[in-house]
Design a protein around this ligand. Sequence first.
Ligand SMILES: NC(=O)c1ccc[n+]([C@@H]2O[C@H](COP(=O)([O-])OP(=O)(O)OC[C@H]3O[C@@H](n4cnc5c(N)ncnc54)[C@H](O)[C@@H]3O)[C@@H](O)[C@H]2O)c1
Length: 315
Amino acid sequence: MSERTVVVTGAAGFIGRWVVAELLDRGVTVRGLDDFSNGSRENVAAFEDDDRFSLAEGDVCDPEAVAAVFDDDVDACIHLAAEIDVQESLDAPMDHFEANVVGTQNVLEACRKRGTRLGLVGTCMVYDMLDAGEGIDEDHPVKPASPYAGSKLAGENMAESYYHGYDLPVTILRPFNTYGPYQKTGMAGGVVSIFVDRDLNDETLKIFGDGTQTRDLLYATDCARFIVDGTFSDDAVGEVVNAGTGEDISINDLADLVATDGTDVEHVEHHHPQSEVQRLRCDPSKAEELLGWTPEVSLEEGVDRLRAWMRERQR
Ligand SMILES: NC(=O)c1ccc[n+]([C@@H]2O[C@H](COP(=O)([O-])OP(=O)(O)OC[C@H]3O[C@@H](n4cnc5c(N)ncnc54)[C@H](O)[C@@H]3O)[C@@H](O)[C@H]2O)c1
């Protein structure tokens, strides 16, 4: 894969920085684009000295900022830039519409102008809950229950229309809930990162609702490998592909796994029960069949790695 050049939107975000790491590791030149609304230069500081990495500040809602990172040297684009917070999407739906729908449309137009291959990163949050069967496959019904999910699905629909309408090589990649180092630990963070951070600080782990809701938790490096493999696979063009571990864990059990001696766990009122997806477990068999991708990091191992990383940072 060396000698290739890839545009990564949202490169300074949590998953973005892992995707950048994976690409650089494979010898790919990376042009990042980020408006730093939720990412930071610190997230990608490790790559600063790498000549193959550059990062432009820009908003995907601005077509010129998007066009500026594309030229004929670009072999593919991985589109991650998005507003990601479910509660914020309920509070300010226009912001999510702008970033996730208009922003995606601008990326699609930049790709269409040059026939650039696109790996569009969607999300498992578009699916209806699993109430029967072993896992959520790509044919599982969708049910966008928040403007976050709705805007992500709308972006996917536009991307699918560019595949059918213009033969643009697009792959829609839907990772399940992802966790690991560099994820935020505040409200807009992920549940694993929030719990581990609170445990390390001897703070109570707060569970929204009754804690029976489940998640299929994917470690950041597994997610990044999936996104890069999916983007470059000819077999996956025009496809939707899920990635997860194939196991789900309730938030109650996750709290038990993370909490060390002396850490309390309490249930608090859910901010948005109507937008919660009660059960999320991935069926990752299509990713294995098409890409040969399987997850490598177990939840226990991932939590240990995250804890070690956070401890190191606290020093
Ligand atoms: N974290 C997860 O569990 C998860 C799971 C599945 C899919 N995803 C998807 O992966 C992508 C990345 O998520 P993340 O968790 O790394 O979030 P993140 O917020 O850490 O990363 C998103 C990045 O995009 C940037 N950004 C936001 N709006 C922008 C705009 N208008 N223009 C340019 N840059 C902008 C942010 O500054 C940030 O650096 C999103 O598309 C999200 O929907 C995330």
